[in-house]
Design a protein around this ligand. Structure first.
Ligand code: NAP
Length: 327
């Protein structure tokens, strides 16, 4: 595969200017593996990086895109050789090292993972960082909450993390309650047993509310997370991974010291390779791949501006694949 002299990338030049540009390999940052990128995906953090820039972007210029899949073109890293299919999620890519919204990426091989054997380049990025984060959350929740225990609520349920979490939990046998502003039919088809409309969700402001949920995977933060913490049953667990509503959390110690509940945080960016392997194995074994067509929409780097606004408004359903193939 000859490397193109000029190729396309979405570049954030500075706090005010961004867009698609033709670049060459000399523009890329240092790294010991060069990858021809096939797909990236559009994640909430990419929207934040493009609209708000700082603090997500640590230096300019930057190519956003926190994940990608593709084929190795050249490598001096011992684990990778020309032709290997690889994926990358996190490690500061798209924040401080050029990311996946580019037809070529040069990265540190330590950040790459061989494409799991039951996945292809396309579906690995339909799942993408959001789906892999959902798997990390499910593994965390499973440490304390079993499928037979009772109800698990997923917030931001129609979003990237939420939709994959709903499906994984339901495939594992959990009774999933989806909290969402979107169509109920979509969430039922992913495996939710109940759908709560966000407009009907009553925020509990007391330190301890009625015990409703055995567990929760939360992607939104703010008063929704605070309220759910006060409603978790004795011995239950909340896994917090997002801030689509707010980064603030106003709570008390009562649910923790009187109901023995756990609030556990999940970060996907610097997760250990052991955790990553477990998360992708869970996805390979349990995700219902037939459902991916329900949650997928396909775009390219010319659509990034519009996608950025939509994701911050909470108007993206499921996962958005970014194709770098034909531009
Ligand atoms: N910690 C990590 O490593 C990590 C990794 C990946 C993602 N995240 C975070 O997880 C969050 C979700 O990411 P994502 O990729 O799933 O984003 P997404 O696809 O945009 O989904 C977020 C969902 O949250 C809901 N939502 C949006 N605005 C809201 C509001 N004001 N109030 C209540 N709900 C709201 C919407 O779902 P409904 O309409 O269905 O309610 C929306 O679809 C983001 O904050 C992201 O930064 C963190």
């Amino acid at each position: 595969m000859p490397v193109k002299k000029k190729f396309k990338a979405f570049i954030i030049e500075n706090e005010k200017k961004h867009g698609v540009k033709d670049i060459d390999l000399n523009f890329l940052m240092e790294g010991n593996v060069l990858v021809k990128v096939s797909y990236s995906s559009f994640n909430y953090k990419d929207g934040l990086a493009i609209v708000k820039k700082v603090p997500i972007i640590k230096k300019f210029p930057m190519i956003p895109g926190v994940d990608f899949s593709g084929k190795v073109i050249s490598s001096s890293h011992k684990k990778f050789k020309k032709g290997d299919k690889v994926i990358l999620n996190g490690w500061g890519v798209g924040e401080k090292h050029f990311g996946g919204f580019s037809q070529y990426a040069r990265v540190n091989g330590d950040w790459l993972t061989h494409l799991p054997k039951n996945l292809n380049e396309k579906n690995s990025m339909i799942i993408g960082s959001a789906g892999y984060t959902a798997a990390l959350c499910v593994l965390e929740l499973n440490k304390k909450v079993n499928p037979k225990d009772g109800k698990v609520i997923v917030t931001g349920a129609s979003g990237g993390v939420g939709s994959i979490a709903v499906n994984l939990l339901s495939e594992l046998g959990y009774h999933v309650v989806a909290l969402s502003n979107k169509q109920k039919k979509f969430l039922f088809s992913l495996g939710a047993k109940e759908v709560l409309n966000r407009s009907e969700f009553k925020t509990n402001l007391k330190p301890l509310g009625k015990q409703k949920w055995d567990g929760c995977i939360d992607t939104v933060g703010g008063d929704i997370l605070a309220s759910i913490i006060s409603e978790i049953k004795y011995d239950g667990m909340v896994v917090a991974t997002g801030l689509a509503k707010s980064h603030l959390l106003n709570t008390t110690v009562y649910p923790f010291i009187l109901r023995n509940i756990t609030l556990s945080g999940v970060d996907c960016v610097y997760a250990s390779s052991v955790k990553r392997r477990k998360a992708w194995t869970l996805i390979e074994k349990k995700l219902n791949f037939k459902k991916l067509k329900l949650i997928k929409s396909e775009k390219n780097i010319n659509d990034i501006n519009e996608l950025s606004k939509k994701i911050l408004e909470g108007n993206i359903k499921g996962r958005t694949l970014i194709s770098l193939k034909k531009l």
